[in-house]
Design a protein around this ligand. Structure first.
Ligand code: HSE
Length: 371
C-alpha cells in the first residue's frame, strides 16, 4: 500500500523548489500525497501529473495529521513548535521531515544529508528514530564539497568565509534586493549613457540613493545592493553569530564525529540571489599533494566537481551565475597556502535552495517511501 505523506509549506520558496524537484523526478507516483495549508484549507492545491489536488487540509488539524505515515514540512520553525510536539504527545509515531532548524539540536532528531551521512541515517531508522531535519544550507553545501576530506579524517580545522545569497534570508529579501538594484539602476540610467557625467558623478548619485530615505530596506535594514552585510542571524556567545555557530555544531552532528572538528566562520550576506559561496582555509592533518586532495574530493559524490585553478575555469564554472538552479557543487581555487604545507585554500559555490534546502528533504522522503 502506498504511504500517506502530508506536505506542509509546499507553496513557500523552499517548498516550491521541493515540489518542482519531486515533479521532475516523478516522486509523486510512489506515495499518496495530502496537501495541507495553514491558511487556505478547503481551496485547491497543486496540479501534479494532471491531477488537481482539491480541498487543502488544515495544517493544524491534528486528527487528520496523525493519519499520515510521513509529514514533510517547509512551513518554518513556528509551525514545527506548534504542531510537532502536539503530534508526538498524542503518540503519533510517523516520520517527520523538516526544513526548519527548530529540531536540529534535539538528540532524537537526525540532521540529514544522505550523500554524506547515509549510513548514519539508515542506522537511525533501524534504531527507531522518526525525526529527520534538513541541515543549515551553508553547512550542507560545505559538506557536499568537502565530504571526501572529512570522511578520510584529513581535516584538523577549517576557517570559513561565506558569501551568502539573499534567498537564505527568505523570499521577501530576494525581492527587496532586486528592488534595491532596480532603484540604483534607475538613478543612474541616464548618466551611464551620457559622457558628460564623470564616474564620480555617477558614484555620487548611487551613494545619495542608498542613503536616501526611500531606499527599500524594510527587510535587510540596510542596503545590500552595492554593499554587503557581515552579520547573519542572532548573536551567540564569544562574538559568533548563530549562522557561524551552526557550522561547527551541525557539521559534527551530521558526521557523528568522535573528536569534534574545529570549524569557525565569518558569515556574510552578499547580493547573490540563490547561491551561497564559501572560501575555506583548511588545516589538513597530513601534507598531501594537490592532485591527491583533488582526487579525494572528487571521488566522494557525483555532484562535486573539482574546478582547475585557472582564471578561465574559475570564471566559467565557479560563480553563483554558473551554478544557480543546478545541483552542481563546484570546488576550485584549491592551492597550498604560504603558511605551511598542510594548509590549503578552496572555494565552493552551491545552490542554496537545492542542495542547501530542498534536495536533502526530497531524498529523505524517497528513502522512507522505499523502506
Ligand atoms: N541561514 C541561512 C542564511 C539559510 O541565512 O543564508 C538557511 O540555512
Amino acid at each position: 500500500m502506498l504511504k500517506s505523506v502530508g506536505l506542509v509549506g509546499w507553496r513557500g520558496m523552499v517548498g516550491s523548489v521541493l515540489i518542482q524537484r519531486m515533479k521532475e523526478e516523478n516522486d509523486f507516483l510512489n506515495f499518496h500525497p495530502y496537501f495541507f495549508s495553514t491558511s487556505q484549507f478547503g481551496s485547491n492545491g497543486p496540479l501534479i501529473n494532471n491531477i488537481l489536488y482539491k480541498n487543502l487540509k488544515n495544517a493544524y488539524d491534528i486528527d487528520f495529521l496523525k493519519e499520515m505515515d510521513i509529514i514533510l514540512t517547509c512551513q518554518g520553525g513556528n509551525y514545527t513548535k506548534d504542531v510537532y510536539f502536539k503530534l508526538r504527545s498524542i503518540g503519533w509515531n510517523g516520520y517527520w521531515i523538516d526544513a526548519a532548524s527548530t529540531l536540529r539540536i534535539h538528540n532524537d532528531a537526525i540532521i540529514i544529508l544522505d550523500p554524506v551521512n547515509n549510513e548514519f541515517i539508515i542506522n537511525s531508522i533501524n534504531n527507531g528514530i522518526k525525526t529527520f531535519v534538513g541541515g543549515n544550507c551553508t553547512v550542507s553545501l560545505m559538506l557536499m564539497s568537502l565530504a571526501g576530506l572529512f570522511q578520510n579524517e584529513l581535516i584538523e580545522w577549517i576557517s570559513v568565509s561565506t558569501y551568502q545569497s539573499a534567498s537564505g534570508a527568505g523570499a521577501q529579501y530576494i525581492k527587496e534586493l532586486l528592488k534595491q538594484m532596480g532603484k540604483l539602476y534607475n538613478v543612474v540610467s541616464d548618466s551611464l549613457y551620457n559622457d558628460s557625467f564623470s564616474i564620480l558623478d555617477i558614484l555620487n548619485q548611487v551613494t545619495n540613493s542608498i542613503h536616501s530615505k526611500n531606499f527599500p530596506i524594510d527587510y535587510f535594514s540596510v542596503p545590500l545592493a552595492s554593499s554587503l552585510i557581515p552579520w547573519i542571524d542572532s548573536k551567540m556567545e564569544h562574538g559568533q553569530t548563530r549562522e557561524e555557530w551552526k557550522g561547527e555544531f551541525e557539521t559534527n552532528k551530521i558526521l557523528q564525529s568522535r573528536n569534534p572538528i574545529l570549524i569557525d566562520s565569518l558569515c556574510v550576506r552578499i547580493s547573490s540571489l540563490r547561491c551561497h559561496s564559501q572560501a575555506f582555509t583548511i588545516k589538513l592533518k597530513k601534507n598531501l599533494s594537490i592532485q591527491n586532495i583533488e582526487e579525494i574530493i572528487k571521488n566522494h559524490n557525483i555532484w562535486v566537481n573539482v574546478i582547475p585553478n585557472t582564471k578561465q575555469d574559475t570564471l566559467l564554472k565557479l560563480t553563483p551565475s554558473a551554478v544557480t538552479n543546478t545541483l552542481n557543487i563546484p570546488i576550485g581555487r584549491i592551492k597550498k597556502l604560504s603558511i605551511g604545507n598542510k594548509y590549503i585554500s578552496a572555494f565552493t559555490v552551491g545552490d542554496q535552495l537545492l542542495w542547501g534546502a530542498a534536495e536533502p528533504l526530497r531524498r529523505m522522503l524517497n528513502l522512507l517511501i522505499n523502506l
